[in-house]
Design a protein around this ligand. Sequence first.
Ligand code: ZN
Length: 238
Amino acid sequence: MANIPIRLRCPNCSHIERMDVTAPLAMWSMPNNFTLRVETSTTSASIAAAAAVCPNCKISFGLKIQSKSAGTIDRILKSTSSAEVDRSLYDTSVTTFPKNKSDITHDKNLPSKIRNAFVFIQEDAINKRNPAGIMSGARACLDVALKNLGESDGGRRTRINKLLSRGIITTSIAAWAQSLWEEGSDAVHDLDAEIDRAIEHVEFLKLFFEVAFGLPARIALASHEGEVDPTEITLPSA
Ligand SMILES: [Zn+2]
């Protein structure tokens, strides 16, 4: 079975690129009774263990691919293109061993226009490169997100404040936005952008996306499935 091309961050040197992952070394079906059973069939497996070698530092590491539904691992294994692998990966969580220090937000609850772009922006931030690209990318992601949340009129800070008054974000997030985003035309000289400031924009977006898209979707799902009482979920304090 051919290797699977997956974009990964090396847990040893933090280098990010599409790496050849071995076909699963072992697979398990999702446990109903918390007893894992090693699978021989790809269609019923929802957890797979594999390995990769980082092309940058040449150190190998392990990874676990876990999907919510059976069939996803099978789709990944039968993919004929990188794009197909990427699409199936939205339904999974990929953990590397040793663990990465901080994970890239790859939330399927994000609007699709943002999802791919934001992964690349986060990668640039982790690799501390391309501050100008991070800044313009972050701005584009925020604009799409605001539009998606029903705010298409006015400057970015005005629209963010409207989200605050609608109760979608907290006071602390709105306050942070005040220091980051320009009102009206973009006064930031992107080509002079500093990497630290660019990274702060990415950190803001991570929190903003989590509160505006990730958290509400997970609360809705949890209350729908009756797994979690939504009143027990604590929101970040304002
Ligand atoms: Zn490496």
